[in-house]
Design a protein around this ligand. Structure first.
Ligand SMILES: *Cc1c(COP(=O)(O)O)cnc(C)c1O
Length: 393
């Protein structure tokens, strides 16, 4: 059988290889600790689960949902944006419910880009920005996120003809995998750049509530006039421990919101309205819950950063997200380092190269396992001589 040639263009999925190795180790009886996957380990707030239980029983939820999302959910997203970011959104035209941000990110490329069009993507970055463009038959231009620039793209380095050609750009702060935060000045610069070159600006705001010793990270829509050219993906997955529920929203520029709505009308039929009811409840009532989650991640982050520093790894405390982005010992190849670490400690981390070529030389630790397992991981890390690993380079 033959399938679309676009599959051939999708970069090899390093994480699939890691999953295979993890299964192999487990089969050998190794007690594997996975710090690889960014998926909250603690459950959704019990009160949200209760709302869901009752919502499931309502017959009005058993039919096809409205395409753009329920009024209840869209109002809650709009209220949250006002309360948290000071951003005004018209729930009727500037908010679209999604089956998670991943779906929306991939589909937006298909709704916006034609074959030959150009998408600007950050590297290292969430792999879906690139794969969405590949499925649309479009081209991508890589914006390197370098440590010396605080993992922000340098717009001045983008050639002018590339900027004119570009149709859309993705940004993601607080950033996965680098844990970097963008401030409002950076967003102003991004909006100005996108406006100058006629680029649709897409911000992926997946970690708005996971921050530590910094000001609450802003939304790109807080920039005045941003809605003329920008949209933002806001996901309930990470802040409310709802990755399995599949609920998020696209907000901002109404033409872009409308384009994705049109695309989705032809592909899916929306998010189960009971889930939207539970999502709306989380947005309206769970500020305390996200506060507790911040404290949990902070505790784990401090322990892990201390352990890494003790081992001579040059790492700083991240300001946001539940990730630690650390350089490999002596600049070792990140995949080799990951394999070596698994071999020596039974710990799995994510190799930086899995997030793009500018991720090479780094690895990512996710803090989404229990405190007990974090303690065990710290103990194992302290028992191994990481710097000594350079011999296997
Ligand atoms: C987790 C994550 C997503 C996906 O979120 P869903 O809403 O669960 O699809 C998107 N972008 C980034 C950067 C993420 O880390």
């Amino acid at each position: 059988m033959e399938f679309t040639k676009r599959f051939d263009k999708i970069p090899p999925y390093l994480f699939a290889e890691l999953n295979r190795l993890e299964a192999e180790k487990k089969a050998q009886g190794v007690d594997v600790i996975s710090l690889g996957v960014g998926d909250p380990d603690t459950p959704t707030a019990p009160i949200v689960v209760d709302v869901m239980k009752k919502a499931v029983e309502k017959a009005e939820h058993h039919v096809y949902p409205p395409y753009a999302g329920t009024d209840l959910f869209r109002n809650s997203v709009s209220n949250y944006y006002k309360r948290r970011f000071g951003v005004d959104l018209d729930p009727g035209s500037e908010v679209l419910a999604l089956l998670g941000s991943k779906e929306g990110i991939a589909h937006l490329s298909m709704a916006v880009l034609d074959p030959g069009d150009l998408l600007l993507v950050p590297d290292p970055g969430y792999p879906v920005y690139r794969t969405g463009a590949i499925f649309a038959g479009a081209q991508t231009y890589t914006m390197p996120l370098l440590k010396e620039n605080n993992f922000l793209p340098d717009f001045g380095k983008i050639p002018e003809h590339t900027a004119y050609k570009a149709k859309m750009m993705f940004l993601n702060y607080p950033n996965n995998p680098t844990a970097a935060v963008a401030n409002l000045d950076f967003y102003k610069e991004a909006v100005e750049f996108a406006r100058k070159y006629g680029i649709i600006l897409c911000s992926d705001n997946s970690y708005p509530e996971t921050y530590f010793d910094c000001d609450p990270p802003p939304s790109i829509l807080s920039v005045e006039g941003a809605k003329d050219i920008a949209v933002e993906f806001y996901s309930l997955s990470k802040p409310y421990n709802m990755t399995g529920w599949r609920i998020a929203a696209l907000v901002g520029n109404r033409e872009v919101v409308n384009a994705l709505t049109t695309f989705k009308k032809n592909i899916d039929s929306g998010t189960f309205t009971a889930i939207q009811e539970a999502g709306a409840y989380a947005l309206d009532h769970c500020d305390e819950f996200v506060e507790e989650m911040r404290e949990i991640y902070r505790r784990r982050m401090v322990k892990m950063v201390c352990a890494l520093k003790e081992m001579g790894i040059d790492v700083e405390e991240p300001e946001a997200t539940f990730y630690i982005w650390a350089p490999t010992p002596d600049g070792m190849d990140s995949f080799k380092f990951t394999l070596e670490l698994l071999e020596k400690t039974g710990i799995i981390v994510s190799p930086g190269s899995g997030f793009g070529r500018y991720g090479e030389g780094f690895f990512r630790i996710s803090l989404t396992i229990s405190d007990e397992r974090i303690d065990e991981a710290v103990k194992r890390l302290k028992s191994v001589n990481l710097s000594g690993m350079k011999v296997v380079k």
